[in-house]
Design a protein around this ligand. Structure first.
Ligand code: SF4
Length: 489
């Protein structure tokens, strides 16, 4: 139990926001989301001609990022056949940029204390049905060890906004996590989902080796945002420009997202696009490393979901929005989480997804105890497959699970990563390393059944490599079989 006096919380909250760190990005006091303009674009581009839609699909297939009018046009498509063409293009773009690789990760919730009162969230301060918990050092180690033993190499660590989980606390938890090694297993990349921070705090996390820094705007619609958020989070701009500050602080990879179900899904897709464009404009063409598109889920003690069905996104519309994001920002990674049930992940995976979580358990402290604890969760999850089951499922589809983090350690982040992603070269550089890390997983953690499917897939993928690289990889695979680990090219 964390004990921070009400006075201390208030005084901390008072000092978090530094207006001068976002006002400088605003033009004439305005941010880059113009609600009226978005609605106008959606209206102006309604009932598009098929030829216009096909021209836009062709542009996206050439890996060019779309302009707002073009995305608005796609969002207005009604014809089923044209949607089918958009879906197919989404899959092709993903394969062109990222190849037959899928990155997997696990979310690790570190603390569910939060000073904010977001109406839809199980962690909101007014929710008396949630059990508050922040991991101690020992508990964090136990969680990380449990994840490493499953075979995970990448985490996204999640923290509520609270003085007890400030930047120094987050830095400490990253340090502890990176320091854990068990029988050759370790976490090699820690991404962070945490509240917006100041440039100084972000510099601290940069120095400790933060992976991608993820802040979702939740909704880009100003009025809806204002209505749903209380506490520090009520400041729309502090949040909207959080990733601008991160880039300024030298955090190379930043991730955007919207919580679909709070407002009109077409509007939110436009908001994500404008966000990507503004980041590109200000930071030498570097846009979001990933985009997330979670759908609103029920949470313990949180009636919001039941009472607000107006903007709930159907499965059909969900497929559309994922595909349009894929076409709009071809270079970005796209994350589809275990919030979605297996059947939905099955349908949405071919629409451009690059990252999935498996073996997910989001109650704070739940991995080490193997416990399901909805009263410690921010929301409920719907795909409870283990990492092994997930990897087998992907392998049966011909997809290699990549645990590779070599790219980051070789400096393939920020500008450099963006450049190779925009030229569609990620898969060329990353597939050999994906095969190597996949092999490690198969040897160290996989079930017999998964190993069989995986080994077959490796054989097949080796054939598609350049002959020179193929020789090197075959040699490395032998070394891995003999016990070497963490080999990369
Ligand atoms: S959405 Fe985030 S900021 Fe809002 S109450 Fe939940 S944990 Fe706190």
């Amino acid at each position: 139990m964390i004990t921070v006096t009400e006075e201390a919380v208030k005084s901390w909250m008072h000092n978090v926001i530094k207006r001068e760190q976002y006002e400088k990005f605003m033009e004439g006091g305005k941010d880059f989301i113009n609600d009226e303009e978005i609605w106008e674009k959606l209206k102006e581009n309604s009932k598009p001609e098929p030829s216009k839609v096909r021209d836009i699909i062709a542009k996206a297939l050439s890996l060019e990022r779309l302009e707002p009018d073009e995305t608005a046009t796609l969002l207005n498509v009604e014809d089923k056949e044209l949607w089918q063409e958009i879906f197919e293009a989404a899959g092709k773009i993903k394969e062109k940029v990222y190849g037959k690789r899928i990155v997997t990760f696990a979310p690790l919730y570190v603390s569910n204390y939060c000073v904010n009162d977001c109406e839809y969230c199980g962690y909101r301060i007014s929710n008396k049905h949630i059990k508050r918990k922040q991991l101690t050092e020992e508990e964090l180690k136990a969680e990380v060890e449990a994840l490493v033993k499953q075979g995970h190499k990448r985490l996204i660590m999640v923290y509520g906004e609270h003085p007890s989980s400030d930047a120094r606390f987050i830095a400490k938890t990253l340090e502890i996590t990176y320091g854990i090694k068990i029988e050759g297993g370790e976490i090699r990349r820690v991404n962070v989902n945490a509240a917006p921070m100041s440039i100084e705090d972000l510099e601290l996390l940069r120095d400790i080796g933060i992976g991608t820094y993820q802040v979702f705007q939740e909704t880009y619609h100003h009025e809806t945002y204002k209505r749903l958020h209380k506490g520090i989070k009520a400041d729309y701009h502090w949040r909207l420009y959080s990733l601008h500050r991160a880039m300024e602080a030298g955090v190379d990879d930043v991730a955007i997202g919207a919580l679909f179900g709070l407002y009109d899904w077409r509007f939110e897709v436009m908001g994500l696009l404008y966000h990507a464009i503004d980041l590109e404009k200000r930071f030498g063409g570097v846009g979001p490393h990933t985009i997330s598109f979670p759908r609103l889920e029920p949470a313990v003690g949180t009636p919001f979901y039941e009472k607000n069905k107006k903007y709930i996104v159907s499965d059909e519309d969900f497929m559309k929005l994922v595909a349009v994001i894929r076409l709009s920002v071809p270079y970005t990674g796209m994350i589809l989480t275990a919030r979605e049930p297996k059947e939905v992940r099955e349908k949405v995976l071919p629409l451009g997804v690059t990252q999935l979580d498996f073996g997910t358990n989001i109650g704070v402290g739940a991995y080490s105890k193997g416990a399901y604890s909805p009263e410690k969760q921010q929301f409920l999850i719907n795909d409870e497959r283990s990492l092994d089951e997930g990897i087998r499922w992907l392998a049966e589809k011909g997809l290699i699970t990549s645990f590779c983090t070599a790219g980051y350690r070789c400096g393939r982040t920020g500008n450099y990563f963006m450049d190779i992603a925009k030229k569609g070269k990620v898969h060329k550089l990353c597939m050999p390393n994906a095969i190597l890390t996949f092999k490690e997983y198969l040897l160290d953690y996989a079930s017999e059944e998964t190993r069989k499917v995986g080994e077959k897939l490796i054989e097949k993928e080796l054939e598609s490599l350049d002959p020179k690289i193929k020789g090197i990889i075959q040699d490395y695979l032998k070394r891995i079989e003999k016990g070497e680990r963490d080999l990369y090219v």
